[in-house]
Design a protein around this ligand. Structure first.
Ligand code: GTR
Length: 328
């Protein structure tokens, strides 16, 4: 077995070859995050960086780039896959088109609530999803929360699928989400997160969908004042590392990196729960019109074509879908 020091030297050599910024005996990674400074994920990724440095005795440092300054999420996913960036905090939504196993979490209503999602991710389903992502160059170190996504728009409350008919709705880049909006009779508009505010404001789109914290932190609530609690997607997020960089680490370093990521995830989940409440209160106080959808069955029934497409494209993943559904 090679020693920590040998592994560190190997990591530095790899880093030098890959052109990372290094000082003697240390590697500096670069990390991508889409959110603003006070967002739970941002605070947690900064904590991850701090823990990495502390636990590795300064051998591994991580420079975080927040607010999407290093580009859009689909681009950043590619960057981490090819090793141009080492780390990213990614939503599994835009990872889905790259790794079909990860796309299972983007089937609308597959999770009944957050607990169901946690159970699945912490068990066998999570292992299959991680393995699928690793094959595509992304090693998931820990899972972050991202709540439930619901519809919001500038026109009217959504109470039944018929209310979505004819509406232009922004979705993340993933055909499953376009299929989801089409199945409700709306017009899907895949678009980068950073463009949604202007698009809502100028009427390029009528609506979008997201969790309370993102609806609030982006200011979307100022320009799309109807929020309807459809909770159609509960998508987890990862702290992901480039697979080659991961493989270049010694076992000791891997343990340190995983532990730091897991500790940051504990913090993120706590902060997430607090922020979800605070964001909800803030937007409701500002006058957002909010409605619950007590019976979601019409929305759920309408999603059959989305499941059919996913299973037709990935017949081998039927057992994964059933595994998640059976752990409800
Ligand atoms: C947020 C998520 C981001 C991004 C965004 C979006 O909830 O945390 O990573 O996926 O949604 O809608 O693009």
């Amino acid at each position: 077995m090679i020693s920590f020091k040998q592994a560190a030297i190997a990591a530095v050599a790899t880093a030098l070859l890959a052109g990372y910024s290094v000082s003697a005996g240390a590697v500096e990674w670069r990390g991508w995050n889409i959110h603003k400074p006070d967002y739970p994920n941002t605070v947690a990724m900064d904590k991850f960086a701090e823990l990495l440095e502390e636990k590795s005795g300064g051998e591994i440092t991580l420079k975080m780039f927040h607010s999407g300054t290093l580009g859009t999420q689909p681009d950043a996913i590619e960057q981490v896959r090819i090793g141009a960036l080492e780390i990213g905090n990614f939503n599994l939504g835009p990872i889905g088109p790259v790794a079909p196993e990860a796309n299972v979490v983007s089937l609308p209503f597959i999770f009944s609530d957050m607990d169901h999602m946690h159970r699945a991710l912490d068990g066998e389903a999570g292992e299959q999803i991680s393995a699928g992502m690793a094959k595509k160059g992304l090693v998931a170190l820990a899972w972050y929360d991202s709540g439930a996504r619901s519809f919001y728009n500038s026109k009217k409350p959504i109470e039944t699928p018929a209310d979505v008919e004819g509406m232009k709705v922004r979705v993340m880049n993933n055909d499953l989400y376009s299929g989801m909006i089409s199945a409700l009779g709306g017009n899907p508009s895949p678009m980068a997160f950073s463009e949604v505010y202007q698009s809502l404001k100028t009427g390029v789109v009528d609506g979008a969908e997201n969790n309370w914290p993102s609806y609030e932190s982006t200011g979307h609530y100022e320009v799309a004042g109807y929020y309807s609690l459809s909770q159609h997607l509960i998508i987890p997020e990862c702290v992901c590392i480039n697979a080659q960089v991961w493989e270049s680490l010694s076992d000791d370093q891997k343990a340190i990196v995983k532990e730091a990521a897991r500790e940051s995830a504990e913090l993120q989940r706590e902060l997430w729960a607090e922020r979800a409440k605070a964001s909800r209160e803030k937007v409701l106080e500002s006058g957002v019109q909010f409605n619950e959808i007590p019976d979601k069955s019409a929305f759920q029934d309408a999603m059959k074509p989305v499941y059919d497409t996913y299973l037709a494209d990935n017949p081998d993943l039927k057992p994964l879908v059933e595994l998640i559904q059976s752990s409800n």
